[in-house]
Design a binder for this molecule. Sequence first.
Ligand code: GLN
Ligand code: ZN
Length: 764
Amino acid sequence: MSKVLSSTIGYPRIGGKREWKRALESFWNGAINEEELLQKTTAIRLDNLKKQQDLGVDLIPVGDFSLYDHVLDTSVMFGVVPTRFNYKSGPVPLSTYFDIARGNKDAVASEMTKWFNTNYHYIVPELEGVRPRLVENRPLAFYQEAKEKLNIDGKPVILGPITYVKLAKSFGEEHFVQLVEQFTPLYIQVLSELAEAGATWVQIDEPILTSELTVEEFAQVEKTYAAIADAVPQLKIILQTYFEKISNYEQVSALPVHALGVDFVHGASLEQLKTNGFPKDKVLAAGVVDGRNVWRADLDEKVALLDEIQKYVDADRLIVQPSATLLHVPVSTEPEAKLAPIIKGGLSFADEKLTEIVVLTRGILEGQDAIVSELTTSREALAALNHSKYRQNAALKETIAKLTDKDVNRSLPFAERIKVQEARFNLPLLPTTTIGSLPQTPEVRQTRSKWRKGDITNEAYEQFIKDQIDKWIAIQEEIDIDVLVHGEFERTDMVEYFGEKFDGFAVSEFGWVQSYGSRCVKPPLILGDVSFSEPITVKESVYAQSLTTKPVKGMLTGPVTILNWSFVRDDIPRYDVLNQIALALREEIEALETNGIRMIQVDEPALREGLPLDQRKREAYLEAAVYAFRLSTSSVQDDTQIHTHMCYSEFNNIIDSISALDADVISIETSRSHGEIIGAFEDNTYDKEIGLGVYDIHSPRVPSKEEMIQNINRALKIIQPTQFWINPDCGLKTRKEAETIEGLKVMVEAAKEVRASQLVAAKG
Ligand code: GLN
Ligand code: ZN
């Protein structure tokens, strides 16, 4: 290599207007056939490549595209198909591919789980009992396609063997070594065929190298990469890491690969470089532009960073690239016509990031003078945003500076305030409730979209929401649920709904990113100081409460979840933004309380996933999360009851933090992992009230009363009946009305039966 190159790690699959999603869903519902699907998605893929070519990126990734998920792609490439899908041999048919991801009438889908600390979900490989073999060299096909169609000499991207096996369904450590051994020759075959076809650069993604591996595991890493180097010495392999600094840096940087990809945005990689230097014989692919966020890069700062890096690596052994694949950011800011120019000017989605990369590369190649105008533009755009009204809330700063312990503590400890709450609500033993949302029928969604387009008036829409609330309060009363909800019919998304209404947020029109399969989310942009301007949820909650004498829970999204599911400004510390959100929510909670809503649920489904990858950052995160939650919820009266909800079950290592939230009642998703979660409560230090989901809402199946009773009784072995609530796993918005009503009926019957037997037992 003789000069610095620009590169990118991966590009969004979904198309500028989510054409990808539409193509997939039309195929799934039978509107188009397989051939048409492939035509449409090929067009999107080639379009994506063409764009990167036009933007002037030197190393363009191929094979990062997917029809669902790149981990699943890796599985099917190696014929890793769970036996329940009846796959025999040869390339895995597309129908089987989608069945693994989505299930079919005979077989449940493979599990899906979050990809590192992102909101992207991958399909967990099931390696048990399958014998992997190379059934289709996918990267090769993509490499050839790019070459033939666009004359691009692409850089094939492959998920590496270590990360792939590590992310598979858990098995013992010995098994890890065996499995990697099994996969190594298959990877070699893939790479040899690529080399034969003329590929020069290949990117092997091993993000797992940012986490700690055992000595035995690392020995296997060395063995595998030595074998690869031996087999395909002609390939320029980039061993790509991201999301954190490399763990075991000295060993990883000594692996026999041509280049090492390092994230210089998330984690102390620069310090690592300063301490340990960089091997003279390697190329450094430096991730300098944030691939996880949407803000325009401060090019001056990036130039300085690259200068610093060049003290350890010569320019001719440098690749400039984003910190991660651009899969996690939206495609382009260009179609955003509604954002204020100052906001739009401060944004940088995938295409703009690639331009930044190309400019920075040119700066190294031709000298800074060559990029003066770009540097000026960047400087001016950022200054405009920084000095704008959005970031000048001095009063807020002062409020935060003046916070004291009192602001994050309820006035009475739980043991005492629960007594006043019991007196106020007078609920039966084992009270029943739901998590908040009720079925969002096509009618609900269509009506909202009509209203958004201006096809129906505000009044008509409000009346429609009221009618839904009327209907469902009646249904809940009829079923005899103890604590009711208004149903969240007015919300599409639990974060966007608040994002649209707090100051300091903006919502883009096309800022979609893939979450799982064809499902995309549009995270709100937290671009300024966050504050409360007017009540958000009071109207619907108060209306619902006016219809019944039973308590109706107010329903809010918690500060940590709002933070984790948004794109957060990066000019001030993240936890400062968190506290601003918490204060805004505190005002909302106070407004609910003032208006007679005395049970308020503050959902934190994203608390767990925000846990930093680096162990050493976890404590600070959990502290900040607990602080913010308490800041939101501590100003209420003793007899106002705070609920929270979480939908994950790996609780063991965060149970103390969960307890420290000091919520009076917590509901948790548990149906799919009952044993695990109950284990977490085994030592019985959790003293507050708790509802473990007694039925899985992700499936249309309504469990029998006996099953629910069994779930309840299992929990009651560990948790006191006086502490226990009965609720479904999570919100019911994706369920159909009939199955929801049926499920809730069964749940209430089950609760009543257990309640009766508990009362008998207590008397006897
Ligand atoms: N209250 C929300 C609902 O019921 C909670 C959603 C969630 O936990 N993800 O939909
Ligand atoms: Zn949930």
